[in-house]
Design a protein around this ligand. Structure first.
Ligand SMILES: [Zn+2]
Ligand SMILES: [Zn+2]
Length: 283
């Protein structure tokens, strides 16, 4: 008989000491994964900003500087590598990091990779024109008004994503269609020719570099129907032979492992390979 697929998440495990918008201790999150029967998990803390200009509002409120966050990130790697050893007999932890794509970040991230030697990286786009569009609907609409329309905003997002994938070659491409986050009409919008063409172009790049897509479960945690990516992108990935792996994008103990069972069922039903690859650093 075939073994049932192992639960896994290759994007998440943000924790309270290292991320202002997360909660709980990293070790408690790891213990939660073990309790849930995970034998492998990827932890991917957000990278620190390249300078003070890119601090998030919650970080500014706490009077943190980019230098403080650099130090905090170093402590994160110190702890994740220690936990990796401590729990090695129970769970295989992959020590990762989640990228940004603002001005100056490509070199910054390459330096961080050299310095910390993570097991892999998750490549994400959260900024357009250096503004974080997923922080709130207000910021999302601010980007839209600067660019002129939601359509142009989507196009720009997928262009930035293409550049990021090309330059960083992240083993996991994070929440591929995050740009739909506050858009009620995203299903129609993603199919507009200029946008769909960019999606297919980016998928082809993902395939050619043998990267995987994050099947990101955060929307389900927020009560939405579909993970990132949406149905048609998921089906296209399947047709192109692109691997897809669940990511809970957890920011606390309660979210760790949430909805991973649902994700695995969706992937299995669509015929995806559920023998998950071990993430690696691609240089
Ligand atoms: Zn986060
Ligand atoms: Zn993210």
């Amino acid at each position: 008989m075939n073994k049932p697929p192992q639960p896994i998440s290759l994007h998440g495990g943000h924790s309270g000491l290292y991320c202002c918008h997360a909660r709980d201790l990293l070790e408690d999150i790891i213990q939660r994964y073990i309790k849930l029967g995970f034998t492998k998990v990827g932890i991917t803390e957000h990278v620190p900003p390249v300078n003070d200009k890119f601090l998030y509002p919650d970080e500014k409120k706490l009077n943190l500087t980019a230098l403080d966050l650099d130090k905090r990130f170093e402590e994160y790697f110190y702890e994740i590598f220690a936990l990796k050893k401590k729990y090695a007999s129970k769970i295989k932890i992959f020590a990762g990091m989640e990228t940004e794509t603002c001005t100056g970040f490509t070199d910054h991230i390459k330096n961080l990779v050299l310095k910390f030697q993570p097991d892999y990286i998750v490549g994400s786009v959260h900024h357009i024109n250096d503004i974080c569009f997923d922080y709130s609907k207000k910021e999302y609409d601010r980007v839209c008004s600067i660019l002129g329309s939601y359509e142009l905003m989507y196009e720009k997002y997928f262009d930035l994503q293409y550049e990021m994938i090309q330059s960083l070659k992240p083993f996991v491409v994070g929440h591929f269609d995050l740009i739909r986050i506050y858009d009620k009409n995203f299903k129609k919008r993603l199919l507009l020719p200029k946008i769909k063409q960019r999606i297919m172009r980016n998928l082809a790049l993902v395939k050619s570099l043998n990267l995987i897509l994050d099947f990101n479960l955060r929307p389900l945690a927020k009560g939405e129907k579909e993970p990132y990516v949406t149905g048609f992108i998921l089906k296209s990935a399947k047709e192109m032979g692109i691997r897809v792996v669940p990511g809970d994008d957890s920011h606390g103990v309660k979210e760790a492992g949430c909805h991973v069972d649902k994700a695995i069922k969706i992937l299995k039903d669509l015929g995806f390979d559920t023998k998950w690859p071990d993430p690696v650093l691609i240089t």
